[in-house]
Ligand binder design. Sequence first.
Ligand code: SAM
Length: 262
Amino acid sequence: MTAMLEYDDEAARQVEAVYLTTDVVQQRQEVLRLLALTPGEAVLDIGSGPGLLTTEMAQAVGPTGQVCGIDVSDSMLTLARNRAVPPDSAPVEYRHGGADAVPYPDVSFDVVVSTQVLEYLTDIPAALAEAFRVLRPGGRLLVLDTDWDSIVWHSTDPDRMRRILLTWQQHLADPFLPRTLGRQLRQAGFHLAPPRVLPLLNVGYEPTTFSGREIPVIARFVTGRDGWTAADVDSWGEDLRTLGPDYFFSLNRYVFRATRPE
Ligand SMILES: C[S@@+](CC[C@H](N)C(=O)[O-])C[C@H]1O[C@@H](n2cnc3c(N)ncnc32)[C@H](O)[C@@H]1O
């Protein structure tokens, strides 16, 4: 797709706000639990964005570990580099770099992580080959992505909601990546654990939830595309905000854990 979301300063700050919601804080806690990092491990975060998970992983591996983040967005890299790293964390380094050309040598990391990134990529095999290359044999990969077909978002105008979401899906190269990711990981040479699902669920409208914070992100992206005017999009958002206790949002994210064979 040609219209993918570009993370300028405003978009980067919007994403950071979404990722500071309790919903996503809890998701990161579950990702950290599944990663089971141990002190001293070297970790690469591909598409590190605002650096929230990167920083938490640096705490988990401690001062004898090492954590690196790469991203293609300078705005995201600036947010991440400005994030305070707590004492007794691993040193954290951020580099500009794409998932299909990771700027580190072969066999550099014990763990590679990429959350909410692969669905933006047009060449998944190239990204998985890079993750494989920089992992040591026996090293672990964790990938998390959303399948936008799993969404349930109540609206008084279901047809408008369906069409808004169709336009929103254009921000990704593959809005349905999880359903084929297992096969693509196996084809890249990884051994897979059973995938896990992490649902996001918001019942009753609250502006500080994941979906409450996503409304302006989606509004900004869809306005001006597929004929959507600012007034159309305002009306869509206002409908959601005024549903009160009838507000209902649910969306699934899927976690894939894989290892590079010894
Ligand atoms: C939705 S954010 C997720 C950020 C972070 N992984 C997290 O979960 O908090 C997607 C990030 O992927 C980055 N990204 C997009 N395409 C990329 C690519 N080809 N290589 C590396 N990063 C990329 C974006 O710049 C953005 O920071």
